[in-house]
Design a protein around this ligand. Structure first.
Ligand SMILES: Cc1cc2nc3c(=O)[nH]c(=O)nc-3n(C[C@H](O)[C@H](O)[C@H](O)COP(=O)(O)OP(=O)(O)OC[C@H]3O[C@@H](n4cnc5c(N)ncnc54)[C@H](O)[C@@H]3O)c2cc1C
Length: 326
């Protein structure tokens, strides 16, 4: 993202060039982003959450149908804290297997369950045709101050990755934090933890969302220096509700740069303009990443397709085939 947006803007023109074209013709130049045609099509993945109501179910399935023709590498479905969405996550994944051409990935957490219970959930996913798991520790339940491992459970995501490998030959993805997990002892500890998860059998990391592209690119350098060679796929969050996103970001440790606040200021009651601004922000972020060689993107869809579809289109994604009938 353009760091100059953070700098105070000096709107005064030098006297010599005021009112002339000279100030444009002699000003600084930036390199253009690469032509889409010169780049390979990126691999995309989309994340959904399991719906709680019939109305939300309808919204989710409209979103899935709209994004399906973009032929993502996989689509993942989240798992509520402490297994609260276990049945809904499973039902959503089963329907994806049965009714779509999509490759599903199931999120699974360690919180509040014994190893045997977690293994049973994984076995049920395998039986339903799910071959890819996003293995996570999970957050402490609402009201709990800090995370406590279940006495007979997997303590951390690295333990879960090792356990899953014993259940079935799943493809396993894990979480990564370019700005560090909020409760990690240090960035080094957190990177060691990511390495442990990869060494335990994960073949991809998906990042927490971030808005400062430089932070992600520096994180990639640190991963490589630590001997991590699997893809670290950037998690992209299109932001249509800035106020909500800012609150959530404070909890999950994702920095919200000042320039974003300036872009969304005054739009609190103007949903339509906010959405247009959101697509420009996300499009600029993904194009910058693409210009830096990144060719895999994981989108947090929040079960809405419009922004994600537009951004994927800008990235060069085009429908591979007609959508299957609902
Ligand atoms: C892509 C993505 C998808 C997500 N999906 C979900 C979801 O579906 N459901 C959900 O509930 N949450 C989800 N989360 C949130 C995630 O569960 C939380 O961020 C959680 O707090 C950490 O999970 P983790 O898998 O990163 O944990 P871990 O990798 O286990 O790390 C958690 C923390 O513990 C530290 N740590 C690890 N091992 C040790 C050790 N041996 N000793 C001491 N400290 C250690 C780490 O440095 C880190 O601070 C997701 C996050 C991401 C990025």
């Amino acid at each position: 993202m353009d760091q100059t947006l953070n700098a105070p803007v000096d709107r005064r023109l030098p006297d010599a060039t005021r009112g002339t074209l000279q100030r444009w013709l002699t000003g600084p130049r930036v390199d253009g982003l690469p032509q889409l045609a010169a780049l390979p099509a990126p691999a995309l993945s989309f994340e959904f959450f399991p719906p709680k109501t019939d109305a939300l179910e309808t919204q989710l399935w409209a979103c899935i149908r709209r994004l399906e023709p973009l032929a993502p590498q996989f689509v993942s479905v989240t798992y509520g804290a402490g297994g609260t969405t276990q049945a809904r996550t499973h039902a959503t994944l089963s329907r994806i297997v049965q009714e779509t051409s999509l490759t599903p990935a199931a999120h699974l957490t360690c919180v509040g369950a014994s190893r045997g219970e977690v293994d049973d959930v994984a076995r049920a996913y395998w039986a339903a045709g799910v071959r890819h798991i996003v293995a996570l520790r999970g957050d402490p339940p609402v009201g709990a101050e800090r995370y406590e491992a279940h006495p007979e459970g997997y303590a951390y995501a690295a333990d879960l990755v090792a356990g899953l490998s014993r259940v079935a030959p799943f493809e396993i993805s894990v979480a990564a934090y370019p700005e560090m997990h909020p409760t990690a002892l240090s960035a080094e500890h957190d990177l060691d933890n990511l390495k442990r998860k990869i060494d335990a059998g994960a073949t991809r990391a998906i990042t927490q969302y971030f808005f400062d592209t430089d932070i992600f690119l520096r994180f990639l350098d640190r991963c490589l220096a630590a001997g991590i060679t699997v893809p670290i796929v950037p998690g992209i969050m299109p932001v249509s509700n800035f106020t909500q996103m800012k609150k959530f970001s404070a909890m999950c440790g994702a920095g919200v740069p000042d320039w974003m606040g300036r872009l969304f200021e005054g739009l609190e009651d103007d949903v339509e303009t906010r959405r247009m601004v959101a697509s420009v922000v996300a499009a600029e972020q993904v194009r910058l990443l693409q210009a830096n060689g990144v060719d895999e993107f994981h989108f947090y869809t929040l079960n809405r397709s419009d922004l994600v579809y537009a951004i994927a289109h800008i990235l060069g994604a085009r429908p591979a085939k007609a959508p299957t009938s609902a």
